[in-house]
Design a protein around this ligand. Structure first.
Ligand code: FES
Length: 312
């Protein structure tokens, strides 16, 4: 597949989500919420039927209830992770305990939602899980965010320098990609095409390298990266309210960059600072005991500082 095809690829069947939930009304409700957002959803009312579905089809995300009529949900997660480790898992349960949360995370679950949860909390958790797989939700603002004309000017400058400095050998490709990312903050499609041409590598191979290494970004990134912890301790202490604030007030979902390119929002599994949960990190600054009001204050201060710097 050529790069442009790969990036333009919008198979309507992607991403694929399997909801394993024995309460029909809950399963259908969650399915509807995701379908309206463009996800392709399958339902499984038992653990056995969920495993059968995984035998027949690839899923990007398993939304897993833990209490099922046949197999323990935790056992299903274990088997899914063993057979298809790339599948993300979001646990939903009405019987939440710290032990089950910890066990689920140890098995590789991305997040743990205790019922009842709001539609927004659910959608936000699903988006967060899929962002870790390099997907964005179909209507993500990050996907819609396009390269700016100044990106192309900067890319032309950087590629000119690269052509003078490097020989165009295949072993140089990672260093070249890094130079472009250092200059632009991400690697636009046009850069992939030019680098493939310069190193005489197939476009798909360069694209494969970029998507293989986590350090490379294919989408523009904001001047400030806001990371919100979704680990168990932060989740229990209200990380969801922080994400809601970012979503409603700043129109940012995990993986997205604001239209003015000021902020990019990411989520992480744990910063290792659980004692000061819920934790948010902006660039290198750790913000402890966060709540929605503090989020507004931190981001407003940053925006004001930036505008002062821009004036000088
Ligand atoms: S769970 Fe958030 S810092 Fe550990």
């Amino acid at each position: 597949m050529q790069i442009q095809e790969a990036l333009d690829f919008q198979d309507p069947s992607w991403p694929q989500v399997l909801i394993m939930e024995d309460e029909a009304s809950v399963a259908k409700g969650l399915g509807m919420v995701l379908s309206e957002e463009g996800y392709q959803v399958d339902l499984a009312m038992t653990g056995r039927s969920a495993l059968d579905s995984f035998n027949q089809k690839m899923f990007d995300l398993l939304v897993a209830d833990l209490r099922l009529p046949d197999i323990d949900g935790m056992e299903v997660i274990k088997q899914v992770k063993r057979r298809r480790p790339e599948t993300e898992v979001l646990v939903i349960t009405g019987y939440s305990t710290v032990n089950t949360a910890v066990e689920a995370m140890k098995l590789g679950a991305f997040d743990y939602l205790a019922k009842p949860f709001t539609e927004n909390e659910f959608l936000s958790a699903v988006k967060g899980a899929l962002v870790t797989k390099e997907f964005s939700a179909p209507d993500s603002a990050a996907v819609a965010l396009e390269s700016l004309p100044e990106d192309y000017l900067r890319l032309t400058e950087v590629m000119n320098q690269i052509r003078h400095t490097f020989a165009g050998q295949q072993h140089e490709v990672i260093t070249i990609l890094q130079k472009v990312q250092n200059a632009l903050g991400y690697i636009p499609t046009e850069a992939l095409l030019q680098i493939a041409d310069f190193t005489r590598m197939p476009e798909a191979a360069v694209y494969g390298i970029v998507t293989f290494y986590e350090r490379f970004r294919l989408l523009p990134v904001g001047r400030h990266v806001v990371k919100v912890c979704r680990g168990t301790a932060c989740h229990v202490k209200g990380a969801g309210t922080i994400l809601n604030e970012l979503e409603h007030r700043y129109k940012l979902s995990p993986g997205e960059t604001s239209k003015d390119r000021m902020f990019t929002l990411e989520t992480v599994a744990c910063f290792g600072s659980c004692a000061i949960a819920p934790v948010m990190v902006v660039d290198d600054k750790v913000c402890a005991d966060m709540d929605p009001d503090k989020v507004g204050k931190v981001l407003n201060d940053i925006a004001q500082n930036d505008s002062k710097t821009d004036l000088h």
